[in-house]
Design a protein around this ligand. Structure first.
Ligand code: RP5
Length: 165
């Protein structure tokens, strides 16, 4: 199975990105985690992106805050799909990172999830990997079914309490 790379601009992003790690672990998707920065370690970031496909990665998740160019910098240096996670790590509550990550020029896509959307980034990565892995596709379908069952159970409980006509 192809691996997922979780790249983040700083170790201050780790706490939020733990959600991505936990989600990939639960779905049994292999992943690695690196701290690489588009601005502070541009050469190492570019080197990683250029080598990622050859190293067996299938998707790159790139999380960064403030003037968040990491996902775009990854995309510019690989043919792999890149998922960007804007981090809420600034005085602007992540709006700066959201715009920096999502507003990519035509021809160079980054699939941007919500601010601090680490879990959705992992789920999207798993969906991409699952396209060529039937066992993972089954685990992902089970995950979705469990989620649906959980909401149905909550609906039953709450509607019984506040019954509507
Ligand atoms: C970004 O700047 C990082 O991704 C992080 O979200 C933000 C702040 O980094 P630190 O100053 O905490 O290292 O590059």
């Amino acid at each position: 199975m192809n691996k997922v790379a979780i790249i983040m601009g700083s170790d201050s992003d780790l706490k939020v990105m733990q959600g991505a790690m936990d989600t990939l672990k639960a779905l049994k998707v292999p992943f690695c985690v690196r701290i690489l920065s588009a601005h502070r370690t541009p050469d190492a970031a570019a080197r990683f992106a250029k080598g990622a496909q050859g190293e067996g990665y299938g998707v790159i998740i790139a999380a960064a805050g403030k003037a968040a160019h990491l996902a775009g910098a990854m995309a510019a240096n690989t043919l792999l799909p890149v998922i960007g996670v804007p981090m809420k790590s600034s005085t602007l509550d992540g709006l700066d990172a959201l715009l920096s990550t999502v507003q990519m020029p035509s021809g160079m896509p980054v699939a941007t999830v919500a601010i601090d959307g680490a879990v959705n980034a992992a789920l999207l990565a798993a969906q991409i990997i699952a396209l060529s892995d039937a066992d993972l596709a089954k685990r992902f379908a089970d995950y979705r079914a469990a989620q649906t069952a959980k909401v149905a159970e909550k609906d039953e409980r709450i509607s019984a309490e506040y019954s509507c006509l």
